[in-house]
Design a protein around this ligand. Structure first.
Ligand code: ZN
Length: 294
């Protein structure tokens, strides 16, 4: 029911920020408020080892909210009574191939179905063939989730009020790395993956190889707006795909026909008709128009 969307592109089938946000919205609309009955862990090791006592830590708590930090889903669980001090946050990262699906009547697990959160009236199942995903329990008494070490070096959220042209300008000063690599690194702003970096740079007319620190304030303004627009549109499409694939395995052609430059090497620029170029930056494909992007 809660499908997870994968892009059509082989290189980038990993879930990016828009896909994760779509899943977050789906979870929020579907299972917040439900009581967790038990946790079944079938694979003790994903990207990190899974706690063997996850069921003891969590069973009987209630899901009270789902938020997101970068590509981590944060499922907040509250205790049921004052006598029970168990509460905390389950961090879920979909890695390269993870999906979270809510099944009102879960079928028998397949070999890649590693974790089941059994709620009243349904099961939230984590499936991850390549096992680069993560499921981590963070007890509330360990401190605020925002201070978790995984989040220590992350940049600002691109869809938050804290992200704008001024913030991008400030974060890029003195940086000699290319703007494409700066975006992918996630230390200035999180969630701008490979597709979205190429698309946003095209929309703002910025050549991906330009040193981040040499981009003017005005161009940073345009780039910040392009990033927000690209991600927002993609989330809107993901939402559409989620409805389209309701009840299926969630494999979709999401964002497929919307790319302006990504995956279009040699094809005419949609703005000026010059052939789109492809270069590799740190082993990742970058697409741009040599005419429109300076
Ligand atoms: Zn062009």
């Amino acid at each position: 029911m809660l499908g997870v969307i994968q892009t059509c592109f082989k290189e980038t089938t990993l879930p990016e920020l828009p896909e994760v946000e779509v899943v977050r919205r789906g979870l929020e609309a579907t299972i917040v408020g439900r009581r967790l009955q038990r946790v079944i862990v079938r694979a003790p090791r994903l990207r990190f080892p899974l706690a063997s006592d996850l069921d003891l830590s969590m069973a009987g708590t209630r899901l009270v909210g789902v938020s997101r930090r970068s590509k981590y889903l944060l499922l907040d669980f509250a205790s049921q009574s004052a006598a029970d001090d168990r509460a905390g946050t389950l961090l879920v990262h979909l890695g390269m191939s993870g999906t979270l699906r809510f099944e009102p009547a879960a079928p028998p697990p397949g070999r890649h179905d590693h974790v089941d959160l059994v709620f009243e009236h349904g099961t939230l199942r984590f499936r991850d063939p390549r096992r680069f995903g993560a499921v981590l329990w963070h007890p509330a008494h360990d401190g605020p989730i925002a201070e978790h070490p995984l989040f220590a070096r992350l940049g600002v959220e691109p869809l938050s009020a804290a992200f704008d042209g001024d913030a991008l300008y400030a974060a890029t000063r003195g940086r000699k790395v290319s703007i494409k690599q700066f975006l992918l690194a996630g230390t200035g702003v999180v969630g701008v993956g490979n597709i979205y970096a190429s698309e946003s740079l095209f929309r703002s007319g910025i050549r991906p190889s330009v040193a981040a620190g040499r981009i003017s304030r005005e161009r940073c303004q345009r780039l910040a707006e392009a990033i927000r627009a690209t991600l927002s549109e993609s989330i809107a499409h993901g939402g559409t795909t989620l409805r389209d694939f309701f009840g299926s395995d969630g494999q979709g052609g999401y964002f497929q026909n919307e790319c302006l430059v990504y995956g279009r090497e040699g094809e005419p620029c949609r703005n000026c008709a010059a052939p789109i170029r492809m270069i590799r930056q740190q082993q990742r494909a970058t697409f741009y128009c040599p005419n429109c992007q300076r």
